[in-house]
Design a protein around this ligand. Sequence first.
Ligand code: GUN
Length: 284
Amino acid sequence: MYKLIDGKVMSSTMRWIIAQGVNGYKDKYKRDVGLVVVMVGDNPASAIYVRNKIKACEEVGIKSYSYHLPEETEQAQLENLINDLAVDNNVDGILVQLPLPKHIDAENVLKLIPAKKDVDGFSSENVGKLCLGEEGIVACTPNGIMKMLEHYGIETAGKRAVVVGRSNIVGKPMAMLLLNADATVTVCHSKTKNLKEECLNADILVAAIGKPKYITEDMVKQGAVVIDVGMNRDENGKLCGDVDFEKVKDKCSYITPVPGGVGPMTITMLMYNTLQAAVNGEKF
Ligand code: GUN
C-alpha cells in the first residue's frame, strides 16, 4: 500500500513556521522582508504562478512588489528595472518569472540579479555553492523535494536516484542535492537510451519532463518512491503530472500527487529563500 506525500499539509505547517520567522525578523530589524516578482507578457500559466506567489507572501507576512510589464518590453527596459531593484534596500529577493518572451535574452537579465537576492537559486554563485556543498540559496522545487523526503523519513544515502529531466531549474539542482545526500544519481533526458530500464533501477524516481502521464507502471520498480514535478493538462483538460498516478501508485512505497504534491512546496520554499536572503542581508 502506497503512502501519499502531502505537499499541501507540509506547506501549510512550513508557512506557519516561516511566518513566525518573518515576524521575528520584523521585530528585530524594524523593517519588512521584501520580495519583488517581475512578469513580462501574459503567459497564462505564469500568471497563475505569480498570483500564487503573491498570495503566499501575504500568508507569511512578506511584503511583495509586483511588476507586470507588457509583452513588447525591451531588453534594456527590463535590465534597467533589475539594476534598480538590485540596489534597492527594501528588496531582499528578486524573482523574474520564466519563461520570458522570445525577444528577451533571459540569461543576460538573470545575471543582473545579485546572488544574495537570487531567491530562485539560479545564479552561477548559488549553483556553484550547491555543487561544492556550501551554504547558498537553493532552487525552490528541488529544495522542496528534499524537505519532503526528509519529513517522510525517506532515506537517500546509498539509494539509487533517477532524475528524468536536466533543466537548470529542476533536474540539475535536484541531481546535485541527491548526490550531496549520498544517493547514487542518474540523470536522464531526451537523448537517453533505454529510459525504461534506467527508471526501473530507481529507488527514488523524480519526474521533471513536462509531458502528461509519461511515466507508466512498467517504468517503476516495486516499492519505489516517486516524485512528480509535472504540471500538465491531460486529454480532458484536467490537471495532471508527468506520472500516470492511477496506474503507478500501487507499485510505490511513496508518491506525490498532482495537484497537492511538489507544487505547493515550491512556493513555500520561495518564502523560505526570501526570509533566508533577508537574514543573510543583515550579516553584511
Ligand atoms: N517558471 C517556472 N518555474 C519557475 C521558477 O521556479 N522560477 C521562475 N523564476 N520562473 C519559473
